[in-house]
Design a protein. Structure first.
Length: 377
């Protein structure tokens, strides 16, 4: 046999051996992967539904009611309601194979965009309604020197990112103004249930209009008298904020701060009445951490928010049709004082809000109360 043929046979033998070896190892590798997948599938299938794996992450529900009856009045910003949900930290979703693929993708996307600058992030959803009325509930004709009747019903979608000392909130509110908002029907139902006289001038309310609002707000938190990781003794913190809103419902720039003092201050960024991007929606520091360090805690707080207002549909009137309007003030400020307490993971807060006059000729400055319940369900 020639040397050339010998090399050829040797080469064929080597290729054949390699092919046999690959044929033996490939199924073994694939079998190992299949076995690993089967174990994960079995672990994930322990629950009874596709979203059972989400239950190990604790989201937060919140319910806020604003009403001027807390201040024994019934006019201007007369009522507001907001029900919201804040997700747990979405970064945790990236490595959990039991979660739906969409949530895993959201976690990976967050990690790619923000890592390692921002440690936590979450998404928020809200349903809300705000109702505005003039002072005179009995007049059926248009009251030209007072604010328009108006209602605003909306869905809110938000995204928050936080570090230990900073929270950035992005929020989009989409809804309707006018009769479509069902503000009259809601107010009439509540007034009848409480045996309060009905407002008679709703036929003069703003016309139907789709509303959109894009909001950004940034908060900082500086802590005193306690270690940030403990938060179970007497503490004091300062939470300044600044932000802006853009849209046909409201366009403004705002800034302010909140002061808190008490025992076991929660690991959040303050308590606000209904205000876009102002609610307590910060993700927790980690999935295993609690918002509250004490099983029972309490604190008092005071806040100020000032706004330079370019547009307020509830005073300027409809955007694309003729409607009743009044001349708004270019600068409006809110001052608030309140008390909050937690029992376990549940929090209740009550706040009184005092607002400067919002339009020329307004006879008195608005004031109202707000109560919020929040916690897991």
């Amino acid at each position: 046999m020639s040397r050339k043929n010998s090399w050829t046979l040797a080469g064929l033998a080597a290729l054949t051996f390699a092919g046999l070896a690959h044929a033996q190892t490939a199924p073994a590798t694939e079998a190992a992967k299949a076995a690993e997948s089967a174990v994960k599938a079995a672990q994930c299938a322990a629950g009874s539904g596709p979203f059972d794996s989400v239950k190990k992450y604790q989201g937060t529900y919140s319910f806020t009611l604003d009403n001027d009856l807390f201040s024994k009045s019934d006019q201007d910003y007369t009522s507001g309601f907001k029900a919201g949900w804040s997700s747990p930290n979405v970064r945790s979703f990236a490595d959990d194979d039991c979660l739906p693929p969409l949530l895993q993708s959201a976690g990976r996307l967050f990690t790619q965009i923000y890592s390692p600058v921002i440690e936590q992030g979450n998404v928020t959803f809200a349903l809300g309604q705000s109702i505005y009325t003039p002072r005179d509930r009995k007049a059926t004709t248009l009251i030209t020197n007072d604010r328009p009747y108006a209602g605003w019903t909306y869905l809110g979608f938000g995204f928050n990112t936080r570090s230990p000392s900073r929270l950035d909130s992005y929020e989009v509110n989409l809804g309707v103004v006018g009769p479509w908002s069902q503000a009259k029907e809601v107010q009439d139902f509540v007034h009848r249930a409480r045996h309060i006289g009905l407002f008679q001038g709703w036929s003069n309310q703003l016309g139907n209009e789709f509303g959109a609002q894009l909001v950004f707000e940034r908060k900082y938190r500086a802590e005193f008298l306690q270690h940030p990781d403990a938060r179970n003794g007497l503490g004091f913190d300062v939470i300044p904020h600044l932000g802006a809103s853009l849209g046909n419902v409201a366009t403004y720039a705002n800034a302010g701060f909140e002061l808190r003092a008490g025992w076991g201050l929660p690991d959040d960024f303050g308590t606000s009445p209904i205000r876009p991007a102002g609610d307590n929606s910060a993700p927790r520091a980690s999935d295993s951490a609690s918002q509250f360090s004490r099983p029972i805690g309490a604190h008092v707080f005071a806040s100020v928010d000032g706004r330079g207002v370019a547009r307020n549909i509830f005073l300027d009137g409809n955007s694309f049709r003729d409607s009743h309007s009044v001349k708004k003030e270019a600068f409006v400020a809110d001052a608030a004082v309140g008390v909050a307490a937690n029992i376990g993971a549940y929090k209740i807060a009550y706040v009184r809000v005092f607002r400067t006059r919002e339009f020329l000729g307004q006879l008195s400055a608005p004031k109202y109360g707000s109560i919020t319940f929040s916690g897991p369900l």
